[in-house]
Design a protein around this ligand. Structure first.
Ligand code: VGL
Ligand code: ZN
Length: 198
């Protein structure tokens, strides 16, 4: 078996002071850095949205942030604008050991569709290419950490399990948004999907 650490969206906008801040998001950076030397491969994802992205409440007249809208591909939470391509908020947390990364995967860069998962956009069918990259390297076991536990970490880990990888989430190195019970729902869904919660 070959193992990869997948670090989800450890970016300035998801940390305190950012535009979609996750409580305590900055507190997990040291733990994530400490996991990197033991990983066979280190992969970082980077949420990377154009300013006119369909997941931003600002781009829907009259829509409140954190409300849900119906998109052609299904329900979509409308977020405050975040991780806009080229802005400081889209950068990785300054203390994250980015130099350790073997691969950096950007996602959510198409204006009309969001991409919570590192494997598929939110239509659940458009692949990002990560599965192929992992298989090409012989990687079978994945540990997920980062932000946010109940959105991008959960969707990524569940897709990994569905694709046949052994998927584990290191909860101590994650933080959640917890919108309307989303954390409890995500934990439950991950467990049912065969994801190990550590
Ligand atoms: C995320 C909401 C919007 C995440 C990304 O990284 O969990 N959540 N974009
Ligand atoms: Zn996003």
């Amino acid at each position: 078996m070959s193992h990869a650490l997948i670090v989800i969206d450890m970016q300035v906008d998801f940390c305190p002071g950012g535009r979609l801040a996750v409580a305590g998001g900055d507190q997990i950076v040291a733990a994530i850095n400490a996991m990197m030397p033991d990983a066979g491969a280190v992969i970082l994802t980077q949420d990377w949205h154009p300013a006119d992205h369909a997941s931003f409440a600002d781009n829907h007249a009259g829509a409140a942030p954190f409300s849900v809208t119906q998109m052609p591909y299904g329900p979509q939470v409308l977020w405050p604008a975040h991780c806009v391509i080229g802005t400081p908020g889209a950068q990785f947390h300054p203390d994250l050991d980015v130099d350790r990364a073997d691969l950096i995967l950007r996602k959510g860069f198409r204006a009309g569709i969001d991409s919570y998962s590192a494997f598929f956009e939110n239509d659940r069918t458009t692949a990002t290419g990560l599965a192929g990259a992992l298989r090409d390297r012989g990687i079978t076991d994945l540990t997920f950490v980062g932000l946010a536990l109940d959105f991008c970490v959960a969707w990524s880990a569940m897709d990994a399990a569905r694709l046949g990888f052994r998927a584990r989430v290191a909860e101590a190195a994650c933080r959640a948004i917890d919108l309307d019970g989303s954390l409890a729902a995500a934990r439950d869904a991950m467990t049912r999907a065969g994801v190990t919660m550590a």
